[in-house]
Every structure is written in structure tokens, then in C-alpha cells.
Design a protein around this ligand. Structure first.
Ligand code: NAD
Ligand code: UDP
Length: 317
């Protein structure tokens, strides 16, 4: 019988891109899942529970108090993730990541539940070390336009680690690196859905800057497997762990790969680089490999081919 059998799991942000994949994986593993989401960037649930009772949901902002079920495991994924979204309402981003995380922590403490927090590679900012290890303290502009996300995620990490030290909270923090896959929307603003939508429509692929900046893209199936292991492996208790794919590519390379998959119908154009856009990003996943026995399985080229063949970027309403 799997670890998840008959466990009660809350997924805050469960209507979002990664959230829906996580919820489906938990349902498949026989957990009972309660989704709490304010649908600010999420969408109607498209998951398939085994029975109606297995899935419940609550349309709610995690910053305000509410009744939640007693849970064994709480996943906190609630937060906008795309720069376009988190910079669109920066104060709400702060509230969600600080006040909202506090609310989810308090509930986890009340239940004696494990809390798995979705943090981000953005805590490393424009990194000074490469690849990024969890011991890197980060290089973040605290007053720039990305700070609402980077610094509020850092504040959430600091808050949770204080709860580990002072309240023996069972917290596990995933520093998630750029994730892609089915269910991203064409209005998301991030590189892969933008390039795939532009390449499909034959409009120019918009590279911000000269395209020499790098990212390391992880398929959502791998990210979800890492999050599941964080929730179930005792060795993850009190740990901060990078979850990402260490294959590093330049943004120009990924634009060219996606354009080629769609038959090179589009030109590539170069636009202004966003302020504080990190130049390099690549995870060191040694900790995830040793503590979680986790390593990403999906090669970038295979993930992109599947994305192309199945048209898995969602059209926004
Ligand atoms: P997403 O925007 O698709 O999903 C976030 C979900 O949280 C949405 O359903 C949204 O409606 C919900 N939400 C936002 N604020 C809320 C609030 N105050 N109360 C309740 N619900 C709220 O983003 P995603 O890509 O699925 O990211 C999920 C998590 O993973 C986020 O915490 C994000 O910071 C983290 N992360 C994602 C990536 C990535 O590449 N996708 C990378 C690093 C970290
Ligand atoms: N980017 C780009 N064109 C786009 C969208 C993004 O060149 O249409 C760049 C962006 O400036 C960044 C990289 O691609 O350097 C990854 O951006 P994304 O928004 O996907 O993720 P994040 O900035 O959060 O890593």
C-alpha cells in the first residue's frame, strides 16, 4: 500500500499549473485531496478523482482565515509564478507568500501535519555561484520589481525555518526551478508558452535581451515526483531542497529549438531585457538525489516534442 493511501492532503494553489498535476498524482496514489485556491491565476479543476468523495475544493484566498480539514500533509503552492503575474499585483504577491504561508503553517501546526512549501530558484536572484546549491544565500535586488516575489518567497522560507527551530514544525521546502509542461496557458508570459504560441502562429519569437541568459527547464511530471517525495520521505524533514533539471540552455537555444519543431515559420526578434532578469540559472540537485533518491527523467527535447505534438499549451479564455 502506498504512503498516500487514505492520507488527507490539502493543496493550496491546487488549481494552478503545477498544482493540478500534483493533485492528480495524489488522487492516483489514493490520497483524499482538498484544494484551496482563489483562482487568481488558476483554472477550473480538470483532474479525475477515483470517487466524488476523494476530492473537495474551496474557492478562497489563503491570506484570510477559514476552516480547513484536518490534514496529514499540507502543500502550499499558492502564489503567482510568472513575472507578468507576480509583478501585476505586487502587494497581493507579498500577502500571499507571507501572510498566506503563515496561515498554512498555523493550520499545519494545529493538525500536526507535514507542510511542503513551494519555494523557488528566484531566492538565488542573479546567482553568484553556479550551479546553485542550497547553501547559496542568493543575490537579490531587495527593492527591484522582482523583489515582491523573490523577497516574499525568501521571507516565507525564513518564517518556516523559524517554525522548525522554535515549534518543531515538520516543514520541507522545495526550491523549484523553471517548470514547463501541459496545462501552461498562452497568456502566462513565460518563455516556453510564449515561444510555443508564437511559433505555432508564425509570429516572431520575442527574445528579451540577446538570448545568452540561461535557464534549466524541468518537466512538470518530474517536478511533481520531487514534490511527492518531499511529502513522504522522512529525510526531507526540516530540509530545503532544489527541485529542477540540471540541463542548462540559453534562451536563444530554446527559442530556436521550439521554432524548429513548428517548422521555422517565425523570425526571432530581440526586445528589451526585463530589469533584474537573472543571467544564469542551473540547479545542483545533489541533495535531492541523496535525500529523495530523485532525479529528473524527462529530457528537454522529448518534453518539447510532446508539448508540440499534443498542443498542450492551453488557449486562454
Ligand atoms: P500558477 O500561477 O499556475 O498556480 C498558482 C496557484 O495559486 C493558482 O491556481 C492561483 O489561483 C493560486 N493562488 C495564488 N494566490 C493565491 C491566494 N492568495 N490564495 C489562494 N490561491 C492562490 O503557478 P505554478 O506555476 O503552478 O506555481 C505553483 C507554485 O510553484 C508557486 O508557489 C510558485 O511560486 C512555485 N514555482 C513555480 C515555478 C514554475 O516554473 N512554474 C518555478 C518556481 C516556483
Ligand atoms: N523570456 C524571453 N522571451 C519571452 C519570455 C521570457 O526572452 O517571451 C526570457 C526572460 O527574460 C528570462 C527567460 O526567458 O530571461 C525565462 O523567463 P520566464 O519568464 O520563463 O521565467 P523566469 O524569468 O521566472 O526564469
Amino acid at each position: 500500500m502506498s504512503f498516500w493511501h487514505d492520507k488527507i492532503v490539502i493543496v493550496a494553489g491546487g488549481a494552478g499549473f503545477i498544482g493540478q498535476h500534483l493533485v492528480q498524482a495524489l488522487l492516483n496514489a489514493h490520497a483524499s485531496v482538498h484544494v484551496i485556491d482563489n483562482h487568481s491565476t488558476g483554472r477550473a479543476l480538470e483532474v479525475q478523482p477515483r470517487t466524488q468523495q476523494q476530492l473537495t475544493q474551496q474557492h478562497h484566498d489563503i491570506c484570510t482565515p477559514t476552516m480547513m480539514p484536518k490534514a496529514d500533509v499540507v502543500y502550499n503552492l499558492a502564489s503567482p509564478a510568472s513575472p507578468v503575474h507576480y509583478q501585476g499585483d505586487p502587494i497581493q504577491t507579498w500577502k500571499t507568500n507571507v501572510l498566506g504561508t503563515l496561515k498554512m503553517l498555523e493550520h499545519a501546526l494545529d493538525c500536526g501535519a507535514t507542510l511542503v512549501q513551494a519555494s523557488t530558484s528566484e531566492v538565488y536572484g542573479d546567482p553568484l555561484s553556479h550551479p546553485q546549491k542550497e547553501t547559496d544565500w542568493g543575490n537579490v535586488n531587495p527593492i527591484g520589481p522582482r523583489a515582491c516575489y523573490d523577497e516574499s518567497k525568501r521571507a516565507a522560507e525564513a518564517l518556516l525555518m523559524d517554525a522548525v527551530r522554535t515549534a518543531s514544525a515538520d516543514v520541507r521546502i522545495a526550491r523549484i526551478f523553471n517548470t514547463y509542461g501541459p496545462g501552461m496557458t498562452d497568456s502566462d508570459g513565460r518563455a516556453i508558452p510564449n515561444f510555443a504560441t508564437q511559433a505555432e502562429q508564425g509570429t516572431p519569437l520575442t527574445i528579451y535581451g540577446d538570448g545568452t541568459q540561461t535557464r534549466s527547464f524541468c518537466h512538470v511530471s518530474d517536478t511533481v515526483e520531487g514534490l511527492m517525495r518531499l511529502g513522504m520521505v522522512d529525510a526531507a524533514k526540516g530540509q530545503v531542497i532544489n527541485i529542477g533539471n540540471p540541463t542548462e540552455v540559453t534562451i536563444l537555444e530554446i527559442a530556436q529549438q521550439i521554432n524548429a519543431l513548428f517548422g521555422n515559420k517565425s523570425d526571432i526578434v530581440f526586445e528589451d531585457r526585463p530589469v533584474d532578469d537573472p543571467q544564469r540559472r542551473c540547479p545542483d540537485i545533489g541533495r535531492a538525489e541523496s535525500l529523495l533518491d530523485w532525479t529528473p527523467q524527462m529530457k528537454l527535447q522529448d518534453g518539447l516534442i510532446t508539448l508540440h505534438q499534443t498542443g498542450q499549451i492551453r488557449k486562454s479564455a
